[in-house]
Design a protein around this ligand. Structure first.
Ligand code: SF4
Ligand code: SF4
Length: 121
């Protein structure tokens, strides 16, 4: 898989054996828009206010998914270790859908390769 403007490719087959490096590890923000919040709450059949209370944290003027500490790792609250995958996959935020083709990594391929074994380039 390639994307215009990026000098690397991505092999999604690597995800099955990776252990979810991009959803775990160091702490970070997983930003969600208002539309995405509605979609995830709907998927979980939850009241939106309850969803915000239980799963979001405020980061400045934006919202991020919460993390939880598992064996020293900051896991996204929706990463399911037992299934090695995202428990809200069909409603995952744009930030997750667009990984690993982020502007941040455009010129930081070595850093990206350390996180994601699916990078070719
Ligand atoms: S870090 Fe890369 S290989 Fe691992 S789950 Fe994320 S996208 Fe897939
Ligand atoms: S929402 Fe899903 S894909 Fe995004 S970081 Fe959390 S577990 Fe990973």
């Amino acid at each position: 898989m390639t994307q215009e403007g990026f000098c690397y490719a991505f092999n999604p087959d690597a995800c099955s054996s990776c252990g979810g490096n991009c959803c775990t590890g160091e702490s970070g923000n997983i930003f969600v828009s208002v539309t995405e919040i509605t979609a995830i709450a709907k998927l979980l059949e939850m009241d939106e206010r309850e969803f915000r209370r239980n799963y979001l944290r405020k980061e400045g003027y934006r919202y991020s998914l919460q993390e939880r500490m598992v064996k020293g790792s900051h896991d996204c609250v929706f990463f399911d270790r037992s299934r090695n995958g995202c428990s809200i996959y069909t409603a995952r935020p744009l930030q997750c859908r667009t990984f690993p083709f982020w502007d941040y990594f455009r010129h930081r391929i070595d850093e990206l390769k350390q996180e994601c074994p699916g990078i070719i380039g």
